[in-house]
Design a protein around this ligand. Structure first.
Ligand code: B12
Length: 217
């Protein structure tokens, strides 16, 4: 039954039936499925497959846009549910997060922001296509402990390095831990640009954020 709803969410997301995705997400919640299970086993496999079809030339940009819309509308239902499950009421750290300049991929960055926030971090989300000076300004303004940089394109990953260099130039590199992520990003890349941490997914991001601040995992 649960597997069936999740498989249907994946399928409807992929074929762009946004209303059905939302209705099935509601159904899954009513059936007692955890929001993270719905995200990881229902929605994300659909996004993943949409990306694969796009690489194979079976899907075009509008297909990706519609799949993204389904994911975002479902997330609007799931985010409040995730917040209800928040176990850490005290603020454990401040995070500035955004997608680097030239890159408009939003979903992964927002999911990381949501899970950090649910886990006690105060999150300032700068959105997508963020100019590097904006990251520096916001870190200065908020005194953030962590800066999260998302990049989904091999051509925009370089923006992560540029932001780290800009923090250096502003003399604040040692005041903030920089985490990087996004599907083309790897631990090797993170190390090569002098980032403090890398995570493959949003749960991993919470773990690394706690680690770099010396909080128990
Ligand atoms: C949806 C989508 C779009 C949507 C985005 C809509 C939106 N509002 O976000 C639209 C249609 C706009 C789009 C546009 C483009 N896209 Co696109 N897109 C995707 C797709 C299918 C899904 C991305 C997604 O949301 N995944 C779901 C989220 C949850 O996963 P995620 O982003 O990877 O994030 C997770 C982790 O990476 C990590 N993470 C992410 N950020 C961070 C940050 C930190 C700090 C940490 C620690 C972790 C972390 O945690 C997240 C949660 O688990 C991917 C395919 C894929 N497999 O990634 C292609 C993909 C990323 N797109 C691609 C391309 C080529 C493009 C375009 C250039 C296409 C074009 N010809 O115009 C444009 C680029 C526009 C631009 N300038 O940015 C390629 C990139 C190839 C590459 N390696 O460079 C991909 C891989 C598709 C493919 N297989 O070819 N896209």
């Amino acid at each position: 039954m649960a597997d069936d709803i999740l498989a249907q969410i994946t399928e409807k997301l992929l074929i762009g039936e946004t209303e059905r995705v939302v209705a099935l997400t509601e159904e899954a919640l009513s059936a007692g499925l955890e929001p993270l299970v719905i995200i990881n086993q229902g929605l994300l496999p659909g996004m993943e497959e949409a990306g694969e079809k796009f690489s194979r030339g079976e899907f075009f940009l509008p297909h990706l846009l519609i799949a993204a819309k389904g994911m975002q509308e479902a997330m609007a239902l799931l985010e409040p549910e995730l917040s209800l499950r928040q176990e850490t009421p005290e603020v454990v750290g401040t995070v500035v997060i955004g997608t680097v300049h030239g890159d408009i991929h939003e979903i992964g960055k927002s999911l990381v922001g949501t899970l950090l926030s649910v886990n006690g971090f105060q999150v300032h989300d700068l959105g997508v296509d963020v100019p590097l000076e904006r990251f520096v300004e916001k870190v200065q303004e908020t005194g953030a402990d962590i800066l999260g940089l998302s990049a989904l394109l091999t051509t925009t990953m370089i923006g992560q390095r540029e932001v780290i260099e800009a923090l250096d130039e502003a003399g604040i590199r040692d005041q903030v831990k920089v985490l990087v992520g996004g599907s083309p990003v790897s631990r090797k890349w993170a190390n090569s640009i002098g980032a403090d941490g890398y995570a493959e997914d949003a749960l991993g991001a919470v773990e690394v954020a706690r680690q770099v601040l010396g909080l128990g995992v």
